[in-house]
Ligand binder design. Structure first.
Ligand code: SF4
Length: 199
């Protein structure tokens, strides 16, 4: 499968997820606190390179891929390279490439995972649990009765793995996943013309 095809498949997965999450947000009122970047402070967030193929292609099209790649090679931090924390805060910050963020970045806070007992449980952060406890309790109760429409993490990881069973099953520290995605796109287009923005 060509890189372009894989990128389109990833974008489709992200678009479907966004639709499902919007249904949950609008029906429950569940929301991230404005300006909060707490989850991005976590070191060694894991992602697969497939999730960042759209980002890598975007950089290629804008002739920025080598510059970003060189910066990544010098970056020894375990914190996500795309994260822009607010100086002096351990909670505030933003994703510098929000449209190209990874799968876990989209799922966390608004998705469910099945426990050993097979029951789906909402996976969300302490800030949401404490600040929106009645909303979270209602979603949990609805999940128990199979009444809630909450994206299931396993469904989306399965779809991402299916796009490229090799790259899609590799869960790497996020900076390594981004670096690998850039390497895949750079080597694929080493002897091919870069795709135009229309392609
Ligand atoms: S890709 Fe963006 S949202 Fe995901 S961890 Fe990095 S900064 Fe946060």
């Amino acid at each position: 499968m060509s890189v372009i095809r894989k990128v389109r498949e990833v974008e489709k997965v992200f678009a479907d997820l966004e639709k499902e999450m919007n249904i949950l947000r609008h029906s429950s009122g569940l929301h991230c606190v404005a300006g909060c970047g707490k989850c991005c402070f976590k070191p060694e967030i894991e992602a697969s390179p497939v999730e960042f193929l759209p980002y890598a292609l975007h950089l290629l099209r804008n002739e920025k891929i080598e510059e970003v790649y060189d910066k990544l090679l010098q970056n020894t931090s375990t914190q996500c390279t795309l994260f822009s924390p607010v100086w002096g805060s351990d909670m505030k910050g933003a994703c510098s490439e929000y449209p190209y963020r990874g799968l876990i970045c989209r799922l966390f806070g608004y998705a469910a995972s099945r426990g050993m007992d097979g029951e789906a449980k909402l996976v969300t952060c302490r800030i949401i649990k404490e600040g929106q406890s009645s909303i979270v309790a209602k979603i949990e109760a609805d999940l128990k009765e199979d009444k809630a429409s909450v994206p299931l993490m396993s469904d989306y990881y399965f779809r991402i793995r299916s796009i490229d069973p090799d790259l899609g099953t590799k869960l790497l520290p996020i900076n390594k996943a981004i670096q690998t995605a850039l390497e895949v796109v750079m080597s694929y287009y080493a002897y091919r013309d870069a795709p135009s923005s229309e392609e």
